[in-house]
Design a protein around this ligand. Structure first.
Ligand SMILES: [Zn+2]
Length: 386
């Protein structure tokens, strides 16, 4: 029976409206008490004075089929190894490989691993540069439905690539099929925009993509500078983007090697469109930069003008809502599993770099100190974050 007491920290939990000095007592992996100056009473005391205690951070877009191709990363690298307790794979596997992902990747991880199942049977096996959705035989609604029903505890939606490269000659037909399937399964779609892998392929117009989406669906790579993004040639949001936001379609950052551009981000933010989710699009090829980890991506949003509590809200309460898991995740509450991140917020100047080597002066850095999940204290892995 392991007891822990987080003592003297700043508890910042936007879902609960809390931002003040409060202790947290944990017993057998569950939050037992939140209060001022709680007594040790036999617990191991973790002194978190000067640190920020937040609900376990949630990274809603990553590539976690560990060992697959150039991308598949160990979930714990971007998870508890980066101060994050929940990591979400963005469609590495289609229906046929999902059970392998579950058994050999998700279940052994120390981080909580959720996933979007890919509309394409190939998933990411062939890499994003292939026309994986152009062959209608590689979309099998019955088999996807079966794998979803067997894995509702892990599968949070269906991943679709809305790029010219992936769709090929099929155009938006695969997206139409995804729409019908998502409706029948009552799951959201996660839609990749931005022709980041194209060799001259023409992306579908964003308005036509958004026309297939419903409230609660997610568009990822909202700050992409690649063709197929949210801005028209004059740098204005396409009108259908504003309509989509008004009808509660959600927008996610999805930093990645290609898709966080500070100039695009500024224009999008200046026109009033804010991210619902902040995510790394992390994989094996970007943890050494430009992405590093979720805390660094959150700090980049702070350099763009968001406050600490706003980015924490994105990575906790909002992310949980985006995943439709707000009853389990995204808050520190008595009686819930203790999934907690402890961060150090450092006042120092550093240079934030985007996916196109654009630079921005940042004045605050976020450094993971440890996480708590399943009653265990997990230290972060080494990182070269700036
Ligand atoms: Zn991705």
């Amino acid at each position: 029976m392991r007891r822990l007491l987080l003592k003297g920290g700043r508890l910042l939990d936007p879902a609960s409206g809390l931002d003040r000095l409060l202790d947290v007592r944990i017993q057998n992996g569950t939050v037992k008490a939140i209060g001022v100056s709680l007594p040790a009473a036999g617990a191991t005391v973790l002194n978190v004075k000067g640190l920020v205690v937040v609900p376990g951070l949630i990274d809603v877009h990553l590539h976690l089929m560990n060992g697959l191709g150039a991308f598949g990363a160990d979930p714990d690298l971007f998870g508890v190894g980066s101060g994050v307790t929940t990591v979400v794979d963005a469609g590495s596997t289609g229906h046929s490989l999902f059970p392998v992902f579950r058994r050999y990747v998700a279940e052994p991880a120390r981080s909580r691993v959720l996933a979007y199942v890919n509309l394409s049977t190939l998933g990411s096996v062939a890499g994003p540069g292939y026309a994986a959705l152009a062959d209608p035989r590689l979309i099998d609604e019955e088999k996807i439905a079966a794998v979803v029903e067997a894995n509702r505890d892990r599968i949070v939606g269906i991943k679709v690539m809305a790029t010219g490269t992936a769709l090929g000659a099929e155009g938006l037909k695969p997206l139409k099929r995804a729409r019908r399937l998502a409706d029948s399964l009552q799951l959201p779609l996660l839609v990749h925009i931005g022709e980041s892998w194209g060799r001259g392929a023409e992306p579908p117009p964003i308005g036509k993509v958004l026309a297939h989406l419903r409230p609660g669906d997610i568009v990822t790579h909202m700050f992409t500078a690649h063709p197929g993004g949210l801005l028209d040639p004059n740098g204005k949001l396409w009108p259908q983007v504003c309509d989509a936001r008004d009808s509660r379609i959600l927008f996610d950052v999805g930093h990645g090697l290609h898709n966080l551009n500070f100039d695009v981000a500024r224009r999008v933010l200046d026109q009033g469109l804010q991210p619902d989710g902040v995510s790394t699009d992390g994989h094996r090829g970007n943890r050494a930069g430009p992405v590093y980890d979720l805390p660094t991506t959150m700090a980049k949003l702070m350099a763009l003008g968001f406050s600490l509590s706003q980015v924490v809200e994105m990575a906790t309460a909002n992310a949980a809502r985006l995943l439709r898991r707000e009853k389990e995740l995204g808050a520190i509450r008595v009686g819930r599993p203790a999934e907690i991140t402890v961060l150090r917020s450092e006042e120092r100047e550093w240079e934030a770099v985007d996916s196109q080597q654009g630079k921005l002066k940042a004045r605050q850095a976020l450094v993971p100190v440890f996480t708590i999940r399943n009653g265990a204290v997990c230290d972060p892995l080494p990182s070269e974050r700036p």
